[in-house]
Design a protein around this ligand. Structure first.
Ligand SMILES: NC(=O)C1=CN([C@@H]2O[C@H](COP(=O)(O)OP(=O)(O)OC[C@H]3O[C@@H](n4cnc5c(N)ncnc54)[C@H](OP(=O)(O)O)[C@@H]3O)[C@@H](O)[C@H]2O)C=CC1
Ligand SMILES: O=C1OC[C@@H](O)[C@H](O)[C@H]1O
Length: 382
């Protein structure tokens, strides 16, 4: 495909601005010469003027159209793919709108509110021969690709355990209150769907994704949730995933009240530890935007002799922007190769993860309002 991929942006909130600015960066600044992106339209559910304001703010081409409804956006013949950037409560309805209008979709995380909705999106994409991907952007960071390759090449031996955390350390009452999308159950608020998806992704990258197909079995789940009493959203969630083919364990935690990095200086240590029989990979920086890793070789505990066969390494990888362009580049490449799904974030893996999060919610009686858990499409008055 030599012409640019033409993006439509559905919603104009915080992440839509960040993503679109990244998308419009010159690909050569990240060393990519095979991709081209443009923005041809954006829509805001509030007004066309908000959409036009957004297009100006992100520096979109002057011909890009601003719409006052999502329904108009998906009818635009100059849009190839839609980036869905609404709260997770709305992903199912919004992504269905796009797929039914025969548009390819990149849908923000968490994919949907439950696995049943995710399965329906996948069925609809398949039926309509469309590309669909959950926007778990870190999967496409070169640093993550490098670490997955290193681990699958056996550098740290058999991986037995992964610890991963993404916790904010905020005063929930003053920072979010009850209406913010992070705590509002009507918007599928809560730590797990918003933040927990990252530690879960780290666990899955190493204990599921890089495993051979016969080892890619859904994990057994044990979990505990503490709720934010005023709304019932989860504010502290800890999960243990045991993968049946290897018996390896992934411990994923997320928490609004304490931080993975309380002093913003990494004094607390790595946010992620990938532990193998020959050594350990430690990842620093927030789980959603890692920039730095260490590899620690293991020694034999009895003899003190090296077990690893490699030296300690401390590596920093700069990100030439926010880092969201890499997932957009993946969309371009998949479409160029006529692939409906990405190997980096496959449909089946998104569904296995949604299933695991459903199980965490079931174990802790965490239920969202019926309307946003519904698999009916379209839902009136949504
Ligand atoms: N990948 C990443 O790094 C990040 C991803 N996210 C994900 O992106 C999604 C959106 O998050 P974020 O941009 O921070 O959220 P914002 O609240 O900033 O924006 C959400 C936008 O969705 C639209 N919207 C439609 N219906 C509603 C509704 N009922 N309530 C609120 N907004 C609505 C609005 O746009 P309009 O009025 O134009 O229609 C709104 O501006 C979430 O799913 C989140 O998980 C968020 C932050 C970082
Ligand atoms: O995806 C995300 O990553 C960054 C966080 O600050 C944000 O809440 C979350 O949605």
């Amino acid at each position: 495909m030599s012409s640019p991929l033409r993006w439509g942006i559905l919603a104009t909130g915080g992440i839509a601005v960040t993503f679109t600015k990244d998308l419009l960066k010159d690909p050569s600044t990240r060393g990519a010469s095979d991709v081209k992106h443009t923005v041809t339209a954006a829509a805001s559910s509030s007004s066309a003027s908000r959409a036009n304001e957004f297009l100006k703010e992100v520096g979109a081409p002057s011909e890009a159209k601003g719409y006052g409804s999502y329904a108009e956006l998906v009818k635009d013949p100059n849009v190839d793919i839609v980036y869905v950037a609404t709260p997770h409560s709305h992903h199912f309805q919004n992504a269905m709108l796009c797929l039914e209008a025969k548009k390819h979709v990149l849908c923000e995380k968490a994919f949907t509110t439950n696995a049943a909705q995710a399965k329906l999106l996948v069925d609809t994409a398949k039926k309509n021969n469309l590309f669909l991907m959950e926007a778990v952007w870190i999967r496409f960071f070169p640093i993550c690709q490098e670490l997955r390759k290193m681990a699958s090449d056996g550098k740290i031996g058999d991986i037995r355990r992964v610890f991963a955390d993404l916790s904010l350390g905020v005063d929930v009452e003053s920072k979010f209150g009850t209406k913010h999308r992070m705590t509002n159950m009507d918007l599928a608020g809560g730590a797990m769907l918003d933040l927990g998806i990252y530690p879960i992704t780290w666990v899955f990258q190493f204990l599921y994704h890089i495993q051979s197909p016969q080892h890619q079995k859904p994990p057994k789940v044990a979990s505990s949730i503490t709720k934010y009493a005023p709304t019932g959203a989860d504010e502290m969630t800890s999960m243990i995933f045991t993968f049946p083919a290897t018996n390896a364990q992934g411990i994923a935690t997320t928490n609004f009240r304490v931080s993975y990095d309380p002093d913003d200086k990494n004094t607390a240590g790595p946010a992620i530890r990938i532990q193998g029989t020959k050594g350990e990979i430690q990842v620093y920086g927030p789980a959603y935007r890692p920039t730095h890793y260490r590899i620690i070789p293991a020694v034999d505990k009895d003899t003190g002799k090296d077990k690893a066969g490699f030296e300690f390494q401390d590596v920093t990888r700069d990100i030439p922007g926010h880092g969201m362009f890499w997932e957009a580049d993946e969309c371009f490449r998949c479409l160029k190769d006529k692939k409906l799904e990405s190997d980096g974030m496959s449909w089946s893996e998104s569904i296995v993860i949604m299933d695991a999060m459903d199980e965490v919610r079931k174990q802790n009686s965490l239920v969202y309002p019926e309307k946003i858990e519904s698999t009916k499409y379209p839902l009136e008055d949504f």
